[in-house]
Design a protein around this ligand. Structure first.
Ligand code: ATP
Ligand code: MG
Length: 417
């Protein structure tokens, strides 16, 4: 009898010949997330996670079960590609062992119950129904609880697998999606705002490993937006590990654009420069796409015409996972992810620096190209790439704002480029 977590992958099961690759990636991602103290074993359509070094009891109780595997469960829940998780007990393939486990799980339960059995191993001598009856009878005998198949107070599931029977009462939803990495790499343009963090999460959930670039208004703004980007990358790092964040001081470039007479095109010219810089950073790490938090029509810079003007400057496909999201949907997801709290803190957004009071909603590529020739945009982009500082938010231990400040400062000093 062993406590474990059964982590089932949903969509993966549909992926035909790519499947072995996806499963191998998922296993690596689980290992990275769970560390070494966990045995990861593969079963049909699932990984079973056994916390190592835990004493194997004779009989589980519901309370003990949650105690033993709760942390493991919480960590495994953030591994993308897993659709469903069960905290479970794995027992020998004997009806008596399954009965003992079911009795243990129901010991503190009051009210009716039901037993549901499934067999993945069809050679098991009892049918699913027979097994459920045997185990149900044992529970009635030991605990005196009433059976109610239509509306049970608690359902114990028995899954007869190749090597063991899994016994559980709980079904938790995983995050679904695809394992990070199966779709390649992308660079996310991350602001201090709300949207781009959610866009990053959506990209990761479709299998993209993400690195991040943030443009700060330095030297004309304070570092607040950097701290916010840093803290949010740190929050998102739990989905992949090893996230990079480049911080690019953007203020002087913005001033050059303004001095060249950008006027109503200021924000669009900045966006185009951002994607140029991001494209070059992407090349450095072998990323094949850029990701932004744009949503169609959300603000002036995100009209269809303006999005097309930004696309024109990108050297890689520019993905916009939130294109069709409403703001309320984005905020709800940001709250769920834990990025909203930080995103709503005040900062000086670099986009607002030098911004014209009336933004262009239908920019024309030709006009922007003309402006860019005047400032030699390629050289400008090259210079900004050279100034990018690389941070590793996932590996730092800072949590509070004050610690964060120190951590960012330290990483700046020790960045080896
Ligand atoms: P967000 O909450 O992501 O800031 P927003 O509604 O404020 O969204 P905009 O400011 O128009 O949107 O920015 C659109 C997108 O451009 C952002 O989602 C982000 O991908 C990118 N972006 C904007 N400002 C920056 C920045 N300072 N650094 C990096 N990327 C940025
Ligand atoms: Mg913004």
């Amino acid at each position: 009898m062993r406590y474990c977590v059964v982590a089932k992958y949903g969509e993966l099961a549909l992926k035909g010949r790519n499947r072995p690759r996806f499963v191998a990636r998922l296993r690596r991602n689980l290992r990275r997330r769970l560390g070494d103290g966990v045995a990861i074993e593969q079963r049909a359509g699932a990984f079973v996670l056994f916390p190592e070094g835990r004493p194997h009891g004779n009989e589980p109780s519901a309370g003990e079960l949650t105690e033993g595997v709760r942390e493991l469960l919480e960590r495994a829940r953030d591994v993308l590609g897993i659709a469903v998780l069960h905290p479970a007990v794995a027992v020998d393939k004997q009806p008596e062992a399954a009965s003992a486990a079911a009795v243990g799980l129901l010991r503190d339960h009051q009210g009716s119950f039901a037993i549901r059995a499934r067999r993945r191993d069809k050679r098991f001598p009892l049918s699913s129904r027979e097994l459920a009856i045997v185990v149900g009878a044992a529970v009635q005998r030991e605990l005196g609880l009433p059976v109610d198949l239509d509306n049970p107070g608690c359902t114990v599931h028995l899954e007869v697998d190749e090597r063991e029977i899994f016994v559980f009462t709980e079904r938790l939803r995983g995050r679904g999606g695809l394992p990070v990495g199966v779709s390649g790499r992308a660079v996310v343009l991350i602001s201090g705002g709300i949207d781009s963090q959610v866009a990053a999460y959506r990209a990761m959930r479709r299998g993209l490993r993400c690195d991040f670039v943030h443009f700060s208004g330095e030297p004309f703004t304070g570092p607040e937006s950097i701290y916010k980007a840093y803290a949010n990358v740190r929050t998102l790092d739990r989905f992949q590990g090893g996230s990079r964040l480049w911080v690019v001081p953007f203020g002087r470039a913005q001033r050059m654009i303004a001095a060249a007479g950008a006027g109503r095109l200021q924000v669009m010219a900045q966006r185009r420069l951002m994607v140029r810089v991001a494209s070059r950073l992407a090349e450095r790490v072998g990323a094949a796409a850029l990701v932004t938090g744009d949503a169609l029509g959300q603000v002036a810079s995100q009209t269809l015409a303006n999005l097309a003007v930004v696309d024109d400057a990108a050297e890689l496909p520019l993905l916009r996972p939130l294109l069709a999201f409403d703001k309320a949907e984005i905020i709800a997801q940001a709250e769920e992810l834990g990025t909203f709290e930080v995103s709503r803190l005040p900062d000086e957004d670099c986009c607002q620096l030098f911004a014209h009071r009336q933004a262009e909603t239908r920019a024309r590529v030709e006009e922007l190209r003309k402006l860019e020739r005047a400032i030699d945009v390629e050289e400008l982009a090259e210079g900004l790439v050279a100034q990018a500082r690389e941070l590793r938010p996932g590996s730092a231990t800072a949590t509070t704002a004050g610690q964060l400040e120190v951590a960012v400062g330290k990483q700046r000093e020790t960045t080896v480029r």
